[in-house]
Design a protein. Structure first.
Length: 474
């Protein structure tokens, strides 16, 4: 409510000055709009011609090395792309990471502009009296809100906590991308080795068929027996074609996660990613501090704490002060003051919702840890089982079948051909070697799962370090 204070002004110049001041304030605080059209055709051309240049990737890797010792000492694509280098390339080019970093930029923009004073409010009233000799009467007022409650500081703390949570989500997405590169690299390496095995089996069958053809022509081998080898050769050629398809698909999946175009001609260096595993029984405790998803949950809980602080602080009102000018019967200086009284509402609904949201954030963090703990124990049990099977294949079955295959082929070369035994030996040996490759892949995939659950060694760092290493990249 406005209260008219003071005596009449000697001139209307005060009102004009106040009006001019209000106009300057309003005009000075505005920004201009600049259009930025979206051109997907141009983006498509850039994407299709995206070069795999080592210079920007190496500069990006140099920033990462400051907080991550696992980054390769040098990025060089002249000798092909290794698994460790592919992780850096994925961190640089992966499209999902680009979106995550852009989302962090939105949170940063909110944080940088949080806690600002509310804009002043300008009000104007005018009245035309219908009496012939009555003057035109008018008045205006400029209102300011004084944030005496401290709410603006808490709003900035909340925006900072939400920005920190978004940075943790970026770090979690980066770690997930790195582990996914390891998974796909393992899959591609295994597929390539399986293709080599098919080539080996085909060569072996072709040698045997050359021999069986000679024996059949000499009348020492029945046609129905020789036909079994030709049927097996046809089946192996079909399997070889499927192995080629799987290898190509595994390569395309690997290029996709690294953000490279499908037509990229860079050579990929075979090999299973090297993963240092924690043997400490207290690794579950370490996971609390280093798991990237738990770090997100902790940051979300901290944001919920600040949100509750803000709702509680909203109980305490801010003061609104207005001053202005009125020209009625005489010139007058106006002053207004308003102060809400938190007695009926007192922001009870907002506080209750914030309390419930904090309880939800706590429950989310605790249940996430419980789930991760079960996943870690399950992965360790599966790893033990796979290693036991792998040891049996490596130490007994594969060497035995390899020796058996050599003996049978030697006997066949001497003319002593047991058709069913020879064919059974070839297929059993191929199946055993293929199974051993699958077991090795399973072992490495489980190790990658354990490494992902434990989190990176460099995760315990401040948000400034994370932000510097996860800025948006072209």
């Amino acid at each position: 409510m406005l209260h008219k204070l003071g005596a009449s002004c000697t001139s209307a110049s005060l009102g004009g000055t106040l009006l001019l001041t209000a106009i300057i304030i309003v005009a000075g605080g505005c920004q201009t709009y600049s259009a930025a059209p979206l051109n997907l055709r141009s983006f498509q051309a850039d994407l299709d011609s995206r070069p795999l240049a080592p210079e920007p990737v190496e500069a990006f890797a140099a920033r990462l090395r400051e907080s991550d010792a696992t980054i390769p000492d040098r990025i060089d694509f002249a000798d092909g792309l290794s698994a460790a280098e592919a992780e850096v390339v994925a961190l640089f080019y992966n499209p999902d990471l680009r979106l995550a970093r852009l989302q962090a930029g939105v949170a940063l923009a909110t944080y940088e502009n949080a806690g600002l004073w509310e804009d002043p409010v300008f009000g104007f009233d005018g009245a035309e009296i219908l009496s012939p000799a009555a003057p035109f009467e008018f008045g205006f007022i400029l209102q300011f809100t004084l944030p005496v409650s401290g709410r603006l500081g808490v709003e900035r703390d909340l925006a900072g906590a939400e920005h920190a949570a978004q940075l943790r989500r970026v770090a979690d997405a980066e770690w997930h991308t790195r582990t996914e590169v390891r998974r796909r690299w393992t899959r591609w390496t295994t597929a390539a080795l399986q293709l080599d095995l098919h080539n080996e089996v085909l060569a072996q069958l072709e040698r045997i068929i050359t021999l069986t053809d000679q024996l059949e022509a000499a009348g020492e081998l029945r046609r129905v027996d020789a036909r079994l080898f030709r049927a097996e050769l046809a089946a192996q050629r079909a399997a070889h074609t499927d192995a080629e398809r799987q290898t190509r698909q595994a390569r395309l999946d690997l290029l996709a996660i690294t953000g490279l175009p499908p037509a990229a001609t860079i050579d990929l260096v075979r090999g299973l990613p090297t993963l240092p595993l924690e043997s400490d029984p207290a690794s579950a405790t370490r996971m609390i501090e280093t798991n990237t998803l738990l770090a997100v949950r902790r940051a979300e809980y901290q944001a919920a704490e600040h949100a509750l602080r803000l709702e509680v602080r909203k109980q305490y009102p801010d003061i609104t002060i207005g001053t202005g000018y009125a020209n009625e019967d005489d010139d007058r200086l106006l002053l207004g003051l308003s102060l809400p009284i938190p007695s009926l509402n007192a922001n009870r609904a907002g506080i209750a919702e914030a309390l419930a949201a904090r309880a939800l954030a706590r429950g989310s963090a605790e249940t996430t840890y419980e789930q991760l703990l079960h996943q870690l124990q399950s992965a360790r049990a599966a790893l033990d089982a796979v290693r036991s099977q792998q040891a049996a294949y490596e130490s007994t079955l594969v060497p035995m079948l390899t020796a058996q295959s050599a003996d049978v082929e030697h006997l066949a070369s001497l003319g002593d051909v047991d058709t069913l035994l020879l064919l059974d030996t070839v297929t059993r040996q191929a199946d055993a070697k293929s199974r051993l490759l699958d077991l090795r892949e399973d072992e490495r995939q489980i190790e990658i799962t354990i490494a992902q659950l434990l989190g990176p060694d460099t995760h315990a760092q401040d948000t400034d370090a994370i932000q510097s290493a996860t800025g948006d990249t072209p």
